[in-house]
Design a protein around this ligand. Structure first.
Ligand code: F6R
Length: 603
């Protein structure tokens, strides 16, 4: 949520590099963007409202200062940028980052929330500060500037960080200093170590600098980094001491993080499910066995996640009940604090997250850790905050997921939970075999003919006002997840229900032609699902059946392989395709749904 990218190094086109880096981070926020550039003893800023999209850096305009890019002036160039997902203040140029102080001394970009900013703003206004924007970020810039009156730049940033209540990642530049300072608490910041001397990148996510380097340093909470012509220095803000950092090599490739020949990241990532599932299954089974054992021994286990990852956790509750005959609890990250009285050192928390940076889930972990709970993370970004603060980590190995709507990470997470449920029942090999067969059948299913077949139904329903999805058992959370996918991609009202629940109220919403997607795997719920579907059809509903069988009640049948306990995995894939196609047909951006951003680092 909000993309940050900065460059310090000998290349003489720093702002252009920052623009390209921001484009690779745009999935994190696309309300507005901006770039700051240090040149000629001044800091210059260019900001715009809207997506950075195809912006050509030749059109960069740093105003009256009329500086030309590429002119060699300093030994090293410094530039930083930001793409915004609005929290405080509307989507306007004034509220776009970077934010200056009035005297143009300090400039800052920020990801996160400064919870106590109003109190600090009043204090600064009383001292004479004038604010141009409605953002909490501008207050941080002013606070640093205020501390600079009596302290060094480094001390001023450190003191400011100590006053911020909330989660943040900030990058700061000062007019008379050829350096960049960054600090974080709760929001991600990763340092890319460039190939040239004193060349460094700072970004919210690795894909931003992958074309230049795969060598990284992770900044942890309450740490500050300073980069200048002498190199890089890390500090612990709690002890005020300099610290050493290990450089880690990342195994993501630039091809994985680029669209290639695909029209959008979303369809690329849907297609990648031909191989991602296999990658999730074919990993070290020791960690799966270890976590399964921990679930068996725990007095209480909570599966925790948000949004789609939350729905995966909910599927997990059913998988454990059916396969392992073991009760586990599911809870959304944002609701987890309600369970705090039941947590102790015999509790296990299994967190599910693609990014490993979701604030609500991280906060749930903090609550659990305070009470001695053991934490397991099922994550895609192995080097994320969540992975680093957890006791055990199961990586899902899906590769970079850049479309805002999660697809390949979802099915890989589902595969891991299925495997865990089998392992908990003592049958990990049985689970593995089931998933290997499922992966092979998905490989056959995902082809252009299948997509064309789903396109026909997308064209038929593209103008409807509402649609509904029903499922039972482990496919009930899949109906909820299907609704998320359809809402965020098509902007059509979509809701998921448990098949048996319609007659208790929502059946009143069905009228002639209302599309209802019915998830009907071959399992113990098939008969009831068919009865529920008939009830809808009798009220005029138009039935799109997702099933291995073409049941008579279906008006349109989307065939999926019969994969038994792993039916949630195969059932969500045609809905991902349908949601993608609806977005394209309705001229929505499938990779960047309105009002949303990937990696939600605010509460
Ligand atoms: C929807 C979607 C979101 C995420 C949620 C959690 O398609 O992707 O609902 O699932 O924001 O994100 P992670 O998995 O990164 O914790």
């Amino acid at each position: 949520m909000c993309g940050i990218f900065a460059y310090h190094g000998p290349k003489k086109n720093a702002p252009e590099m920052v623009i390209e880096g921001l484009k690779r981070l745009e999935y994190r926020g696309y309300d507005s963007w901006g770039v700051a550039y240090k040149k000629g003893g001044e800091i210059h800023v260019h900001k715009e409202v809207g997506k950075i999209g195809d912006f050509d850096s030749k059109n960069l305009n740093f105003g009256s200062s009329n500086i030309s890019l590429g002119e060699v002036e300093d030994q090293y160039e410094i530039s930083m940028g930001h793409s915004r997902w609005a929290t405080h203040g509307k989507v306007t140029e004034e509220n776009a980052h970077p934010h200056f102080t009035e005297d143009k001394n300090i400039v800052i970009v920020h990801n996160g929330i400064f919870a106590n900013y109003l109190e600090v703003k009043k204090e600064l206004e009383a001292k004479g500060s004038k604010f141009e924007s409605d953002t909490d970020t501008e207050v941080i810039a002013h606070l640093i500037n205020d501390y600079c009156k009596k302290h060094s730049f480094e001390e001023a940033v450190d003191k400011t960080c100590k006053r911020i209540e909330g989660r943040y990642a900030i990058l700061v530049m000062k007019k008379d200093r050829s350096c960049i300072i960054a600090a974080r608490k709760g929001s991600p910041l990763i340092i890319g170590v460039g190939k040239e001397e004193n060349e460094f990148f700072i970004a919210s996510d690795i894909p931003a600098f992958l074309p230049y380097t795969n060598q990284v340093n992770y900044l942890d909470d309450n740490q500050l980094v300073q980069i200048d012509k002498t190199g890089i220095k890390f500090f612990d803000m709690e002890t005020n001491k300099e610290i050493e950092k290990r450089t880690i090599e990342i195994d993501w490739t630039i091809e994985e993080a680029e669209k290639g020949d695909f029209a959008h990241f979303m369809i690329k990532e849907i297609t990648e499910q031909k191989s991602t599932l296999t990658r999730a299954i074919n990993q070290d089974t020791n960690i799966i066995e270890e976590v399964a054992e921990a679930i068996k021994n725990a007095e209480n286990t909570y599966f925790v996640g948000c949004g789609t990852a939350g729905k995966v956790g909910m599927v997990g509750e059913y998988l454990f009940a059916n396969i392992a005959k073991k009760h586990v609890n599911f809870c959304f990250g944002s609701e987890f604090s309600n369970y705090k009285h039941f947590l102790n050192d015999k509790t296990l928390m299994v967190c599910i997250s693609q990014s490993g940076e979701t604030a609500d889930t991280l906060e749930a972990i903090e609550i659990a850790k305070e009470r001695g709970v053991t934490i397991v993370a099922i994550v895609n970004v192995e080097t994320s905050t969540m992975a680093r603060i957890s006791d055990m980590v199961i990586p899902i190995k899906a590769g970079p997921e850049k479309a805002v709507a999660s697809t390949k990470a979802t099915t890989s997470q589902l595969a891991i939970l299925t495997l865990l449920a089998y392992a908990c029942d003592g049958g990990i090999n049985k689970g593995k075999q089931l998933l290997i067969n499922t992966a092979a059948q998905i490989n056959d299913m995902l082809n252009p003919r299948y997509e064309e077949y789903i396109l026909k139904i997308a064209e038929k329903i593209m103008h409807v006002e509402s649609m509904y999805i029903i499922g039972r058992g482990s496919n009930y959370p899949i109906a909820l997840e299907a609704a998320i996918k359809l809402q965020e991609l098509s902007y059509i009202h979509a809701e998921g229900f448990a098949g048996g629940e319609l007659k208790h109220g929502p059946l009143a919403l069905i009228s002639e032609g209302t599309p209802v997607i019915s998830l009907v795997p071959n399992d113990e719920n098939t008969k009831e699902m068919i009865s529920n579907t008939i009830e809808i059809k009798s009220r005029g509903g138009y039935i799109i059946g997702i099933s291995p069988e073409n049941h008579e009640v279906f008006d349109y049948w989307i065939s999926v392989p019969d994969t038994h306990e792993s039916s949630p995995i195969v059932n969500i894939i045609p809905i991902q395709i349908l949601a993608y196609q609806l977005a394209v047909l309705r001229k929505n951006d499938p990779d960047k749904p309105r009002n949303l951003a990937k990696s939600v680092t605010v509460k």
